[in-house]
Design a protein around this ligand. Structure first.
Ligand code: PRP
Length: 216
C-alpha cells in the first residue's frame, strides 16, 4: 500500500506516545524526529503523514479534511462532539476513567460546585442524576480546587490514581471509561481505500467500530 495521500492528526500528550507505538507495531516508520518539536510530517510512499495538535482540535482537522484520520481520547470527543467526524476504531490505549472526586467518598449533599475541564460531560452527568450543580471551569491542575476552597468536588480523568492520592482526594463515582479512538472524515473514509487499509493495520490488536462507534 502507498501512503502518499493519507494523513493522521494525533493529539499531544498520552495519545501521542501510544500512537507512535501503534505506528511502529504496524510496521510503519514514525515520521516525526525523536525529541524534536516537529508538529507535521508530510506523507510519503512509505508512511502516512502526521499532524500533531491539541486534543480538542483533532476533530476540526479531520472534519475539514486536512487529515483523513485522527487519534484522540473518548473524553475529548464527548466534551467537544463534532458531527463532521465518525469513530472507526477503539484503539484500546490511553485507558483512563472520568470520575467525580472529592475529599471524602460521599455523594454531594444538596447543590454543589464542581471544578472541571469537562463542563459538558459533568453537566450531563448531574442532569441525569437530577442533582443541581454550579460548574467552575478550569483548564488543568483540577486537584487543587478542593484544597484551596474553589470547589469541593472535581470531575477529571484518573489514570494511575496517583495525582488524586497525593492531594488527599478519593473517587466518589465513575462517569465512564475513556480510551484512544480513531476518528475519520466520513467522505474520505468512503472514497479513499488507503484510509480503511490504515485502520486495519492499526486494529490488528484492537477493535474496529462501525460509523456509530459500535464494535463491528
Ligand atoms: C491528568 C488529570 C490528572 C492526572 C491523572 O492531567 O487531569 O491530573 O492526569 O493521572 P494519574 O491518575 O495517573 O495521576 P494531565 O497530565 O493530562 O494534565 P492537566 O493537569 O493539564 O489536565
Amino acid at each position: 500500500m502507498k501512503w502518499t495521500h493519507v494523513t493522521v492528526a494525533v493529539a499531544k500528550g498520552r495519545i501521542l506516545e501510544g500512537t507512535r507505538r501503534l505506528w511502529t507495531d504496524a510496521g510503519l516508520v514514525w515520521p516525526i524526529r525523536e525529541k524534536s518539536r516537529q508538529l507535521w510530517a508530510r506523507p510519503t510512499d512509505q508512511t502516512p503523514g502526521v499532524i500533531i495538535a491539541r486534543s480538542r482540535d483533532i476533530s476540526t482537522l479531520v472534519a475539514r479534511g486536512i487529515a483523513d484520520l485522527g487519534v484522540v481520547g473518548l473524553d475529548v470527543l464527548r466534551e467537544y462532539p463534532d458531527p463532521g467526524v465518525i469513530q472507526v476504531a477503539d484503539l484500546a490505549f490511553a485507558r483512563c476513567r472520568v470520575v467525580l472526586a472529592g475529599s471524602k467518598p460521599v455523594w454531594p449533599e444538596g447543590p454543589t460546585r464542581i471544578a472541571t475541564k469537562y463542563r459538558r460531560i459533568a453537566e450531563q452527568f448531574f442532569r441525569e442524576q437530577a442533582h443541581p450543580i454550579e460548574i467552575v471551569s478550569l483548564s488543568g491542575s483540577l486537584e487543587l480546587a478542593p484544597l484551596i476552597g474553589l470547589a469541593p468536588y472535581i470531575v477529571d480523568i484518573v489514570d494511575t490514581g496517583r495525582t488524586l492520592k497525593e492531594h488527599g482526594l478519593v473517587e466518589v463515582a465513575t462517569l465512564f471509561e475513556s480510551t484512544a479512538r480513531l476518528i475519520a472524515n466520513p467522505a474520505l473514509w468512503r472514497t479513499k481505500p488507503a484510509v480503511g487499509a490504515l485502520r486495519s493495520l492499526f486494529c490488528q490488536k484492537s477493535e474496529s467500530l462501525d460509523e456509530k462507534g459500535v464494535p463491528l
